[in-house]
Ligand binder design. Structure first.
Ligand code: APR
Length: 324
C-alpha cells in the first residue's frame, strides 16, 4: 500500500486510499456505491472514451448521494489512464457480460483482448496496486492479468469463490429459515458449473448442515449454487448479476485496505496448494495489508479431490485458449 500519511506544516494529514474501478457498467456502478458507503477511500470510475459521459454522470450522481448517506468519499469518472496514477486498489469489471445460453467461457475472445490492454495500462500507471479481477471467464482473466502485468502473485486475485460461497450460504439460509449470518460454508475451484461446494464443512451456527438438511435437498442446493449465475442471466435476458458480485469484491478490497486478514475463497495463484501448480483457482485465501498473504491448504476427501481435479481441467482448458 502507498504511504497515506503526509507530514504537513499543520501536523499530520491523512490522505485516503485511491480505489479505481476499471469498467463502470452494472458491477462498476455498484462497486462505487458500496466502496463509498464503507468509506474505503476516494473512488475513480474508469471506462472507455465512448462511455466517459456515463461514468462521469454516475460519479456525479454518487457525489449527490453524499448528503443523504453522509459518506465523505470523493467520486470521479474518467476515461484517461493518467487519472489512475497512484491507485491503491483496482477492481476490474471491464468486458462484456453473459447473455442467456452463454457459458462464461464464451466471453473469452472479447474479454481477453480487453484484459491484456487493461493489464498493460495498470502496469504503467500503478505498478504497486492490489488488483481484484471480476471479468469473466474469471479464472482465465485473472491468469491473463497476472501474466501480462508481471505483478507479484500476492497482488493479484480473482473474485469468484466469495460470490459462489455467498450463493451457497443464501440457499442454505433459505432452506433452513435460519439467519444467513450464521451460515458458514465455502465453494472452491473454478468459477463455472464445475465449482466445488464443500458441503461437509458447511454449518449453521456451528451445527453441520448435514444434520439439518436431507441429502436430497443438499444435493439440490449444491446444484443450484453451481448454476446460480446462469439462473440470474436467464431472468435478466440481457446481462449478468451485479449486486452480489460487487459486494463480494468490496469485502476483499476492505480486507486488504484495513488489514483484516479475512479468510475468503478467492481465485489465487496456487503453487502446490491443493496439489495445484501454476493456476489461479478458488481456494481459502487470507487477504491483509500484504495482499494475498496466505492460502489455507487443508486435506480434502477423495471425492472432493476428484471434483477439484475436474474443475482444474476446465480452468486449464480455458487458460490454454488464452495462448499465454
Ligand atoms: N476499459 C475499460 N472499460 C471497458 C473496456 C476497457 N477496455 N472495455 C469495456 N469496458 C466497460 C464497458 O464499456 C462497460 O461499461 O466495461 C463495462 C462492463 O459493464 P457491463 O456491460 O454492465 O457488465 P457487468 O455486468 O458490469 O459485468 C462485467 O464482470 O461478472 C463479470 O461476466 C461479467 O465479464 C463481465 C464483467
Amino acid at each position: 500500500m502507498t504511504d497515506n500519511l503526509n507530514n504537513s506544516s499543520e501536523g499530520f494529514t491523512m490522505s485516503k486510499p485511491k480505489i479505481s474501478l476499471i469498467g463502470g457498467g452494472q458491477i462498476g456502478g455498484n462497486l462505487a456505491l458500496l466502496a463509498a458507503q464503507k468509506e474505503l477511500g476516494d473512488i475513480v470510475i474508469f471506462d472507455i472514451p465512448k462511455a466517459e459521459g456515463m461514468v462521469k454522470g454516475k460519479a456525479l450522481d454518487l457525489m449527490q448521494l453524499r448528503p443523504h448517506d453522509g459518506y465523505d468519499s470523493n467520486i470521479t469518472g474518467t476515461s484517461d489512464w493518467n487519472d489512475l496514477k497512484n491507485t491503491d486498489v483496482f477492481i476490474i469489471t471491464a468486458g462484456i457480460p453473459r447473455k442467456p445460453g452463454m457459458d462464461r467461457e464464451d466471453l473469452l475472445g472479447i474479454n481477453l483482448g480487453i484484459m491484456k490492454d487493461v493489464a498493460t495500462h495498470i502496469k504503467e500507471h500503478a505498478p504497486n496496486a492490489f488488483v481484484i479481477v471480476i471479468s469473466n471467464p474469471l479464472d482465465a482473466m485473472v491468469y491473463a492479468f497476472h501474466k501480462v502485468s508481471g505483478f507479484s502473485k500476492n497482488m493479484v486475485v480473482g473474485m469468484a469463490g466469495a460470490l459462489d460461497s455467498g450463493r451457497f450460504r443464501t440457499f442454505i439460509a433459505m432452506e433452513t429459515g435460519l439467519s444467513v449470518q450464521d451460515v458458514t460454508c465455502m465453494v472452491l475451484g473454478g468459477h463455472g458449473d464445475s465449482m466445488v461446494p464443500i458441503t461437509r464443512l458447511a454449518t449453521v451456527g456451528g451445527v453441520p448442515v448435514t444434520d439439518l438438511i436431507s441429502p436430497e435437498r443438499l444435493k439440490a442446493i449444491e446444484d443450484r449454487t453451481r448454476v446460480a449465475g446462469g439462473e440470474i442471466v436467464k431472468l435478466f435476458g440481457n446481462g449478468s448479476a451485479f449486486y452480489a458480485p460487487a459486494q463480494s469484491a468490496i469485502e476483499m478490497a476492505e480486507s486488504y485496505l484495513r488489514d483484516k486478514k479475512r479468510v475468503i475463497p478467492c481465485a489465487s495463484l496456487c503453487e502446490g496448494e491443493f496439489g495445484v501448480n501454476g493456476y489461479f483457482i478458488g481456494v481459502p485465501t487470507v487477504i491483509g495489508a500484504g495482499g494475498v498473504e496466505k492460502i489455507l491448504d487443508f486435506t480434502l476427501t477423495g471425492d472432493e479431490k476428484a471434483e477439484l481435479n475436474s474443475t482444474l481441467d476446465v480452468v486449464k482448458k480455458t487458460v490454454s485458449e488464452t495462448g499465454l
